[in-house]
Design a protein around this ligand. Structure first.
Ligand code: 4AD
Ligand code: MG
Length: 431
């Protein structure tokens, strides 16, 4: 028996087809049973009539529960009334895996759905998000693959911090201890001296206690690092890859966006228009003049400020040249203004927060040592990193993009937890 996917069967549109999947909805009367079957590609209504099936088979069909796995053969035809516009008049079916009474019914709490996450993945909503997520990952790779970058991997067990000691996960490592990666960056900075243009997509870990709609303790981090880069190159690639990711989703996932109730018009400006670029100083001015929010120079932008700023534009905003004191130790100072660094944050539209953080990297070893010492770091763990500045150092830089952050924004999600199959937060590490 050759099975078509539901999408293929609807593409065929008429004649005999065999499909397989899971019962998504079922209802019936004494004479006819309606099953909406779901597979990885879509849904289709299937009708089993008592008259054609006979009493015995009809009784079996009538008892089918939601999430039963089954195969169905019959004649497909257009039907405006059916949920996906097509219907199969069933002439035979087979139960492959029976289903107990499915625990997920309408109107359940978000916490219950998290407990049953392994089942909730089967929902139309999660299926749409996961398809979009896969396209977002592929688009990131495609953008850099076609521009001469290669994929490079850092260890996940790492010797030191990079983004601040307070969000490090410590791991017992035999007799000693190590940390889970916060970023691939320091190892990529070693790697660029071999191949120059690198990217990765890998899990990063942050022990941030914050319970927000934007933070996970384990997230997928897409990063790039390149030798000979100027600060502008970093921002240009950030803008280029975000445009490419959004364009790919718009091209391939109109249907999924519709399932999510996400208006594609909200995303189109990002592909079409240049991103808004402003310095930190300019951002403070805009916040004060247009949003009546006063930020003292030297303070980081908080969620409220980022949200207000993003609400002024329909494309991401790139804020650059932050005060050195609010940014990481490795960021390079601005020429003639050492209190400001060549670092940038990309703030997504609609209050989805920071999607990219990037910078030019400090090449002066003495400056790096001084900053790390000031942060109370034991320099011995950084010897390998210092070597990158001792042997043929060059201007370089890169950025990191939070995949769940961008998926959240693209899909218009209420929480970042829905942007990943099995979310990890301070309060949730099962299933
Ligand atoms: O701004 P961050 O901390 O920058 C770095 O890690 C650099 N080393 C990247 C680089 O230059 N290679 O993190 C980068 C991005 C953020 O902009 C955000 O999108 C995401 O990672 N991110 C998180 N996403 C989900 N949950 C969290 N707890 C996140 N923390 C950061
Ligand atoms: Mg950041």
């Amino acid at each position: 028996m050759e099975y078509l996917t539901i999408r293929q069967a609807m593409g065929q549109g008429s004649g005999r087809v065999s499909v397989r999947g899971w019962v998504w909805r079922e209802r019936g009367s004494k004479k006819v049973k309606f099953i909406v079957l779901r597979d990885g590609t879509g849904i289709i209504q299937c009708v089993i009539e008592k008259q054609t099936a006979g009493d015995e088979r009809f009784a079996v069909a009538d008892a089918l529960q939601v999430e039963t796995a089954m195969t169905i053969s019959g004649t497909i035809r257009k039907d405006e009334r059916a949920p996906s516009g097509y219907e199969i008049a069933v002439d035979s079916f087979r139960m492959v895996g029976a289903s107990d009474t499915y625990p997920i019914t309408k109107d359940q709490s978000p916490e219950f759905l998290m407990d049953k996450r392994h089942l909730w993945l089967r929902s139309r909503k999660m299926q749409a998000i996961l398809k979009i997520r896969a396209t977002v990952f592929a688009a990131f790779r495609e953008y850099f693959d076609t521009r001469g970058f290669i994929e490079f991997h850092s260890p996940i067990f790492q010797a030191t911090q990079c983004e601040g000691g307070s969000s490090l996960f410590k791991v017992k490592y035999f007799e000693g201890e190590t940390f889970l990666a916060q970023t691939w960056q320091l190892y990529a900075e070693a790697g660029i001296f071999s191949y120059e243009k690198l990217y990765t997509i890998a899990p990063s870990f942050r022990a941030e206690k914050s319970k927000t709609s934007r933070h996970l303790t384990e997230y997928w981090h897409a990063e790039m690092e390149m030798a000979w880069a100027e600060f502008k190159d970093i921002m240009d690639h950030g803008e280029g890859v975000v445009k490419h990711m959004v364009a790919k989703v718009l091209e391939k996932h109109r249907e999924e966006l519709a399932v999510l109730g996400r208006d594609p018009k909200r995303l189109e400006p990002t592909v079409r228009k240049p991103f808004v670029r402003m310095t930190y100083d300019e951002a403070l001015k805009v916040l004060s003049e247009r949003c009546r929010l006063k930020v003292t120079w030297g303070k980081d932008l908080r969620t409220v400020e980022e949200d207000r700023l993003s609400s002024l534009y329909d494309v991401p905003v790139i804020v650059s040249e932050y005060p050195a004191e609010v940014k990481a130790f490795y960021m390079k100072g601005v020429e003639g203004r050492p209190e400001v660094v060549q670092g940038c944050d990309f703030i997504a539209p609609e209050g989805y927060g920071e999607i990219i953080g990037g910078s030019s990297r400090e090449t002066d070893l003495a400056v790096l040592e001084r900053r790390l010492k000031a942060a109370g770091e034991d320099l011995s763990g950084y010897e390998y990193y210092f070597d990158t500045r001792r042997y043929g150092s060059v201007p370089h830089g890169g950025f990191g993009l939070g995949m769940e952050r961008i998926v959240s924004w693209i899909c218009g999600l209420d929480t970042i937890k829905d942007a990943i199959p099995f979310p990890r937060t301070p309060l949730r590490w099962t299933p």
